[in-house]
Design a protein around this ligand. Structure first.
Ligand SMILES: Nc1ncnc2c1ncn2[C@@H]1O[C@H](COP(=O)(O)OP(=O)(O)OP(=O)(O)O)[C@@H](O)[C@H]1O
Ligand SMILES: [Mg+2]
Ligand SMILES: [Zn+2]
Length: 511
């Protein structure tokens, strides 16, 4: 007979249904085959299932076992096929009732002793099961995560024996409770940053419109400190965003005890990060940092220290909000709509060009360092500001009146206005053809913009980004239209034409 059960294959952050068909026939010679475009980890299922069966005292002498994973053209990766294969086999030999498991999707890795070990992807697997009116069987440690997927039947056994007893009716597995929901916390307060009014304003604008931001300044001026305060300013994830973000984190195996969080992700990969770590992929397809930052913030500290290849790989997601990674026999696409915040020193030694602080190596030092980041990459950073060194006088100031609470309230209002007007997207995400409808500057503003574009040599992309930031400034102002003053401020938050300006010569000490 052929026993059937369902499992999933992951394509990007989505789960696709896979049919597991198990046939056991008598044969003189023992055979155990798995067919259906399985990778090495799936092929190794055989050994794990076999050992787990022995541990359970289920012996299969003189049988020919064929496992078919359909559809055959969908690549199957990972160790989560152990459990459906074992269950199908148990049904085929009558150890569990075949009709009882047919209505389930199963995922789980088997240890040699029959324990079911956790696997990534329980949330998308649960979402798929729920939408197809199937139940889900997943490892016990993944139960709290899968429970978020819906109210489908859900079994989360620790081992095969529990599962067998459940189907026999001698032990009842109760439905696990969903994990904890973490609300957006307080985090770091913007009030801790003394002085730096321009930078704080820039962070507020970036938060309000979802704009990418570059901060350039000497060591210790508070760039990392400012970046760490951005998540506190951003509105909590909406229900739809929460699901999207959690799906990606589930695939990456990062949902600890089924905990979800309404706070936007904040990812700060080290500058030594590889391509695979940044955009995903690798031997076993996994989302990278850019996808883990989906709907949140990707913070690149010490920007020029990242390899050119890694930075260029971010250009595609910065435009499209998606990353597509080449695999052996397919492409996988992960969502990656993040807000990029970058920080850097003006030159290698750190101090070049900063308010009178000398760089001993002279002007080339800054030019060489800044040239490590390509023009097209710089062009994608809507707001580029200088963060000068903090003065002792600034540090001695009392905390400012406005902290994260006050600023995030303004951000929330500006966001609400733009989402309503733009049809659900932030100003940063506005497609260019919508700009004329929702962000056309008044005639004075337009005049200023054209003038500035000529003198600054703005690229077409740069030109549109100035308008987008101006739209956000108008939204923060509660202004329906974009006026000259908004264009003027927007222009002031762009350091120069092709990205970085050369610091003033007079600030150098040339030996
Ligand atoms: N504006 C500020 N107000 C209060 N404290 C500050 C300010 N700027 C810097 N600091 C203090 O200096 C420390 C270093 O700041 P931070 O790490 O943000 O600097 P940075 O600009 O990122 O430097 P680097 O270029 O070396 O990475 C902070 O932890 C904080 O204690
Ligand atoms: Mg820093
Ligand atoms: Zn230098």
């Amino acid at each position: 007979m052929v026993a059937r059960i369902q499992t999933v294959a992951f394509e990007g952050a989505d789960a696709r249904r896979v049919d597991v068909q198990v046939q056991v026939t008598s044969a003189t010679k023992h055979r155990f085959n798995i067919v259906g475009l399985a990778d090495k980890a799936v092929a190794e299922s055989r050994e794990r299932v076999w050992s787990a069966f022995n541990a359970l005292g289920l012996h299969l002498p003189g049988k020919r076992i064929t496992i078919n994973l359909a559809p055959a053209d969908l690549p199957k990766e990972g160790a989560h096929y152990d459990l459906p294969i074992a269950l199908g086999l148990m049904a085929a030999i009558g150890a569990v009732p075949a009709d009882a498991i047919e209505g389930f999707v199963a995922i789980g890795e088997l240890s040699l002793d029959g324990t079911i070990a956790p696997v990534p992807g329980a949330l998308p697997a649960g979402v798929l099961a729920n939408s197809e009116n199937l139940g889900l069987i997943c490892p016990e440690p993944n139960g709290a995560e899968a429970a978020w997927a819906g109210d489908m039947p859900l079994l989360a056994p620790q081992n095969l024996i529990q599962l067998m007893n459940h189907f026999k009716g001698t032990q009842v597995l109760s439905r696990p409770e969903p994990g904890e929901m973490l609300e957006k916390g307080d985090g770091y307060d913007l009030r801790d940053v003394r002085g730096q009014e321009t930078a704080k304003r820039a962070i507020e604008i970036a938060a309000a419109g979802g704009h990418n931001l570059l901060m350039v300044g000497p060591p210790g001026s508070g760039k990392s400190m400012l970046a760490a305060r951005l998540p506190g300013l951003l509105p909590a994830l909406t229900a739809k965003e929460l699901l999207d973000v959690s799906m990606v984190h589930s695939i990456a195996g990062l949902l600890d005890r089924g905990q979800l969080s309404r706070a936007r992700p904040f990812r700060a990969p080290h500058h030594s990060a590889s391509m695979a770590a940044m955009v995903g992929g690798g031997a076993r397809a996994k989302p990278g940092e850019a996808s883990l930052a989906h709907r949140g913030v990707l913070f690149l500290d010490e920007l020029p220290e990242f390899t050119a290849q890694v930075l260029d790989s971010l250009r595609q997601p910065l435009e499209t909000g998606e990353i597509s990674v080449a695999r052996v026999n397919a492409h996988v696409t992960y969502p990656a709509r993040f807000q990029l915040i970058a920080a850097m020193n003006p030159c290698r030694c750190g101090t070049g060009g900063a308010d009178g602080v000398a760089c001993r190596r002279g002007e080339r030092c800054a030019a060489d360092y800044q040239a490590r980041v390509s023009g097209p990459f710089m062009d994608r950073l809507d707001i580029q500001i200088d963060v000068p060194a903090v003065t002792p006088a600034d540090l001695a100031l009392p905390p400012s009146k406005e902290g994260t609470k006050e600023v995030s309230d303004r951000v929330a209002r500006a966001r609400a206005v733009q989402l309503e007007r733009n049809g659900g997207v932030t100003n940063a995400e506005l497609p260019q053809n919508r700009l004329d409808h929702v962000a056309a500057p008044d005639s004075d503003g337009q005049k200023l913009l054209v003038q500035a574009a000529e003198t600054l040599g703005l690229t077409a992309r740069g030109y549109h980004r100035v308008i987008k930031v101006a739209r956000t400034l108008a939204d923060l102002d509660g202004s329906e239209n974009v006026h000259r003053i908004h264009i003027a401020e927007s222009l002031s938050h762009r350091r120069a034409n092709k990205g970085l300006s050369r610091p003033q010569k007079s600030t150098y000490y040339v030996k």
